[in-house]
Design a protein around this ligand. Structure first.
Ligand code: AMP
Length: 384
């Protein structure tokens, strides 16, 4: 270890109040750390429910930030869309892990893409555009289909427009007018995979392995761990994760989402500077889960063994599964299953497409986990 580690009962500061902060708080408190959450959400947010202290204020509220910073020993983020001015205030006072450069780069698609290109990391071909004329030029160069994505603050397919053979570019551009956009070549992928791992203060890395992700309406639906891909794909995916982590001088848990092409090439799609939905299976299926690794990394401890001990399938629970905003589904199919674990995020209202929780299903074999996952999805009314 390169600097003296923060041991319990040090206080971890988390910027953001969602489920990723909640699961980090649970993990950290289990080990005797204290947790302070800073969020612009109302009191009682998912992370705040498990924190020792919750600060509810805007990310540009300097006084509230100062009070928060007095309380904590290290700061991390549970979502990337934190204004840079806030990160600047934080890093001047307390260690910010991952650092400002990593968050600043990955919170903005244009910066992220330029970083990947600059590092020579494989990704879909792209152009940055800021006018209809530039869009027309880009589409001509990249060919159809392609996809226009907002440069800033996009996630889960929000702010995207696919350009098909018959798409009118002037029409498509209307949503992006006045902004920068990234135009990306369409990748006819055979599957989507991701790698979640952590890098410590000392630069050592520990990754959980390659998992397979299936999306519905651009939102993660199911993660299959491990991914059903060959060793060449695994090798490329792990190398790409390491190249990104090194390039960003990363500290903490990070996810890289990737496309696998029919020729077996792996391309980076997106980087998340935090734990990731596709890493939730690690809670029940790995020796050290992604939140424990985040805690260890940001505290300057050595990382744990990331190895997976049991095949697993993670099923996302979106608000659509709830019969109504306040009426819970019948959890019997999950809680009555001997190898399924229910994780709920403590959100009061279930809205369509809102991430409310997930189920980790374990199996002696991956096939068994997949069969159980299909049964559970059917019982909950989730399309299979
Ligand atoms: P993103 O928000 O960029 O992760 O995109 C959400 C989803 O849209 C991805 O998980 C893919 O399923 C799909 N997608 C995004 N970009 C591309 C692309 N260039 N080629 C094919 N599919 C894409």
């Amino acid at each position: 270890m390169s600097s003296s580690p923060l041991l319990p009962p040090s206080t971890l500061g988390i910027l953001g109040g969602g489920q990723l902060g909640r699961m980090l708080a649970l993990e950290a408190r289990r080990s005797g750390y204290r947790v302070a959450v800073y969020t612009d959400e109302r009191p009682g947010c998912p992370a705040g429910q498990w924190a020792d202290a919750e600060f509810n204020a805007a990310y540009d509220d300097r006084h509230a930030l100062e009070r928060f910073l007095q309380r904590v020993d290290v700061v991390t983020v549970e979502f990337e869309n934190i204004p840079d001015a806030c990160l600047e205030i934080v890093e001047a006072v307390k260690p910010l892990r991952p650092g400002r450069k990593a968050i600043h780069t990955t919170q903005h698609r244009e910066r992220e893409k330029l970083f990947l290109r600059g590092q020579g990391i494989a990704c879909a071909e792209f152009r940055i555009v800021e006018s209809l004329a530039q869009l027309e030029q880009a589409v001509q160069e990249l060919g159809r289909p392609c996809v226009i994505k907002t440069a800033a603050f996009g996630y889960d397919g929000k702010g995207q427009h696919k350009v098909n053979a018959d798409t009118d570019l002037a029409d498509a551009w209307k949503d992006f007018e006045g902004h920068h956009a990234v135009v990306e070549q369409w990748v006819p992928f055979v599957c989507e995979v991701s790698v979640v791992g952590a890098r410590g203060v000392d630069g050592r890395m520990a990754v959980h392995g390659v998992v397979e992700n299936q999306h519905a309406h651009h939102i993660l639906d199911v993660t299959i761990a491990p991914a059903r891909v060959g060793p060449e794909v695994v090798e490329q995916a792990l190398e790409l994760w390491e190249a990104v982590a090194e390039g960003l001088d990363y500290v903490g848990t990070m996810a890289v989402e990737m496309f696998v092409t029919a020729e077996g090439r792996v391309l980076v799609n997106e980087i998340a500077p935090r734990p990731h939905n596709s890493g939730h299976y690690t809670i029940d299926a790995c020796i050290t889960n992604q939140f424990q690794q985040q805690m260890r990394a940001i505290c300057g401890l050595s990382l744990g063994d990331p190895g997976q001990h049991t095949p697993s399938v993670m099923i996302n629970l979106l608000g659509d599964v709830w019969p109504s905003e306040k009426v819970h589904p019948d959890w019997d199919a999950v809680l009555g299953h001997p190898r399924a674990k229910l994780h709920l995020y403590g959100k009061a209202e279930a809205r369509a497409r809102r991430k409310m929780g997930h189920v980790n299903v374990l199996g002696e074999t991956l096939e068994e986990a997949l069969e159980s996952a299909i049964e559970i999805k059917q019982a909950l009314g989730i399309p299979v």
